[in-house]
Design a protein around this ligand. Sequence first.
Ligand code: WQD
Length: 341
Amino acid sequence: MARILVTGGTGYIGSHTVVELMQQGYEVVIVDNFSNSSADVLDGIAAIVGVRPAFEQVDCNDAAAMDAVFAQYPDIVGVIHFAASKAVNESVAQPLMYYRNNLMSLVTVLEQMKKHDVHHIVFSSSCTVYGQPAAEYLPVDENAPIQKALSPYGNTKQINEEIICDEAHADAQLRATILRYFNPIGAHPSALIGELPNGVPQNLLPFVTQTAAGLRKELKVFGNDYNTPDGSCIRDYIYVVDLAKAHVKAVERMLQGTATEQVEVFNLGTGKGLSVLEILNTFMQVTGVNIPYQIVGRREGDIEQVWAKPDKANAVLGWKADTPIEDVLFSAWKWEQKIRK
Ligand code: WQD
């Protein structure tokens, strides 16, 4: 069976994708520098799948080391590139680190792919490239205009997409699938892998589950004066396992050679928007745990509302994010309880 190189494969979305790939019979090799994860994730993957994935502790920016990985695994037929720094506010404070890491890691991966005759890449992008879509573009499909990024992190995703398109224009053999994620949440049902935020969580769900676990005093809800039904921001929260399955579908499509364009783009969301307060109330209903919260001022850089129109991914990839939000939130709580043991 074909082998897939998964960069950032011990990260949150990467690890869930490795599980789905291996369960579909793909060989994988993970490349990760553990800058935002640990070797424990490999144990979790092995416990779920029953086989430990091949792993190389390498930084994707290290061309010589990446060259050696491709040489060591000549059966690599495609790459899923997750490896990147992804904290929005950190990128505002350290833009140069973000541009160097996120742009040069992709360039290095593409150069080594070409050198080793590997022509398929799936790229982990984000709905952040759309910024705040205008009302007529909601729900947002793949033709919605790309807007000026609100953070260096978001800008690196936009530039990465341009790098891939420019390289595809220069190299007719390259096939790329760009997957624009909305808001990934939840954990594998086994609670053996999940999201491991470093320090104080920036994202909503880990903060909610840590508050439920008593690690945080209360949740701050950043604003309830938006132009939305309950005043809090709306997002498209997608189950990380559903998201992982979309990557397997994208790899299958690419390897079958049925892609109609050199570069294909898909929005990966549920197609349903939920507000912060809806997430909070549903979490409390599902878990029976009360979450103390306080409405505070808006967070700088937050957009008001965005949710996907996933029709293209549904039709072309034969994929749908349909796990009920109640089950997704429960999986996040089960994971939080597991790591706090
Ligand atoms: C969601 C909503 C907050 C925390 C970012 C990146 C995106 C991707 C996911 C990396 C917002 C509110 C949050 C809290 C809150 N990152 N919130 N209290 O900002 O939509 O997306 O993370 O791939 O690219 O842009 O996600 O979870 O931070 O926030 O009220 O303590 O929850 O204001 O409305 P976001 P988020």
